[in-house]
Design a protein around this ligand. Structure first.
Ligand SMILES: *Cc1c(COP(=O)(O)O)cnc(C)c1O
Length: 450
């Protein structure tokens, strides 16, 4: 039975059954695991999340950029059911299976660059980032890794060190892994010298950081999200990433692109690096790749990936056969339904409306940015003063939730309102979701939301 693609408000949100479940959650789940919207989901698909009270919410979050093909895409459901009945696990490091190899073949085909590539599969994005750093250090014999302001790379010990933001990711969780250095990010909206000067000055600041704090010949890798995710959907100016990539190549420093959030059609191409013509040495993927099942990968130049001794990479569950079957079906769906074009179409539908909102509220919407179906507005309290307004982002979020629209915020200052709709969402729901967002925004600005 298919889920009707309709927003339904059957109870207040959250409804009574969700509130009961939330009470059980509080009594059994660690308080450290937060929930953005405590509405308990019963079914989901297309652009709809149906909760246990019969409410149907429009999904503008995709479980944080994961359900690109939807939460129950037919090819994914069929492939997973078939695979789970065949076998659930053998451990690829013990007795291998075709699905793992087929995912790595697909990664070699789709990731930037036509050179010889190899991949290794893992369970989560953080694990992929850790392994990309392992490969880079092993191959170069160098220790240092350079990351950027506003970066997000995960929550494990090494990736906490790589991540920029203290609260909630790092606060009181140290000590962190060493030999991690941070350079300024090319953030046009907040660049001190202004957006025009950003590309040039940010490149100089990056080179100075590596040169003065690390030393080029001690630097194993530069790790970057080509469009930053959790840090605020920050799109660097055109050409900046390519310059960074070229400079790294001259220094023998490896470039690792973290495409965990941006990858697999999200930004309107297979990878965000594609828009900039950048070919990284190593690339990490996860989130949208496997239709909601946990799967992550490191893909890189064959000579790097093959330089590691046998047994140096792996893990019990990495590249689980059910997750691999799901990824193959999700990627097939992206190809068959041309979801890259769909992401560009979503951008074309969203951006004019977000710009109109910015014109209506010039003191509150400081910036409209993003690419494909990865879009955001940065909220401020004083227009050109650019003072971050996290309270407004929170109020808009609450107003959207109450009206049955699932949304997410992000940003170092908590003031970025982001849009990550599933690419399987229909045009009607997209338009309706935007109506809901605009009404919620107007109410929040005029103080009608507590
Ligand atoms: C989500 C994310 C990660 C971490 O992925 P997990 O699967 O949550 O460990 C790393 N890098 C980026 C860019 C991400 O968006």
């Amino acid at each position: 039975m298919t889920l009707s693609q309709q927003r339904i408000l059957a109870t207040e949100i959250p409804g009574p059954r969700s509130r009961e479940l939330q009470a059980r959650k509080v009594a059994s789940v660690s308080a450290g695991v937060g929930t953005t919207l405590p509405v308990y989901v019963e079914r989901a698909g297309g652009g709809i999340l149906r909760d246990v009270d019969g409410n149907q919410l429009i999904d503008f979050g995709s479980g944080i950029a994961v359900t690109t093909v939807g939460n129950a895409a037919p090819r994914v459901v069929e492939a997973v059911q078939r695979q789970v009945a065949d076998f659930t696990h053998t451990c690829f490091m013990v007795t291998p299976y075709e699905e793992y190899v087929a995912v790595c073949e697909k990664l070699a085909e789709l990731t930037p660059g036509s050179h010889e590539k190899r991949s290794a599969l893992f369970n989560s994005g953080a694990e992929a980032v850790e392994n990309a750093v392992k490969v880079a250090r092993h191959h170069t014999g160098r220790d240092a890794v350079v990351v950027f302001d506003h970066a997000y790379h995960g929550r494990t010990n090494l990736t906490m060190a790589l991540t920029a933001k203290n609260m909630p990711y790092k606060h009181r969780f140290g000590p962190f892994a060493g030999e991690v250095y941070r350079a300024p990010m090319a953030y046009p909206y907040r660049w001190p010298g202004g957006a025009e000067a950003c590309a040039e000055e940010a490149f100089d600041a990056f080179v100075t950081t590596v040169r003065t704090q690390v030393g080029e010949d001690s630097c194993a890798a530069v790790l970057i999200e080509p469009i930053q995710g959790e840090g605020g959907f920050i799109v660097p100016p055109p050409g900046w990433l390519a310059r960074v990539a070229e400079w790294c190549r001259e220094q023998g420093i490896l470039l690792i692109a973290d495409e965990i959030q941006t990858g697999f059609a999200r930004t309107g191409d297979w990878f965000a690096c594609d828009h900039e013509g950048v070919v990284p040495d190593l690339l990490t993927t996860a989130k949208g790749m496997a239709g909601g099942l946990p799967l992550a990968a490191v893909t890189g130049r064959a000579e790097l990936m093959d330089s590691v001794h046998v047994g140096g990479l792996g893990g019990t569950y990495g590249g689980n056969p059910v997750a691999c079957a799901s990824a193959l079906a999700a990627i097939e769906t992206m190809e068959a339904e041309d979801l890259r074009a769909r992401a560009r179409e979503i951008e074309a539908r969203f951006v004019p409306r977000l710009r109109a909102l910015a014109e209506r509220h010039p003191d509150r919407v400081g910036d409209v940015r993003g690419r494909g179906a990865m879009l955001a507005v940065e909220l401020v309290s004083d227009g050109p003063g650019r003072t971050p307004d996290a309270a407004l982002a929170g109020a808009v979020h609450r107003a959207c939730s109450a009206r049955g629209l699932v949304t997410l915020t992000c940003g170092t200052f908590g003031n970025v309102f982001r849009f990550l709709p599933p690419l399987a969402i229909g045009d009607d729901l997209l338009a309706e979701g935007l109506d809901v967002f605009e009404a919620a925004f107007d109410d929040a600005v005029s103080g009608k939301v507590e």
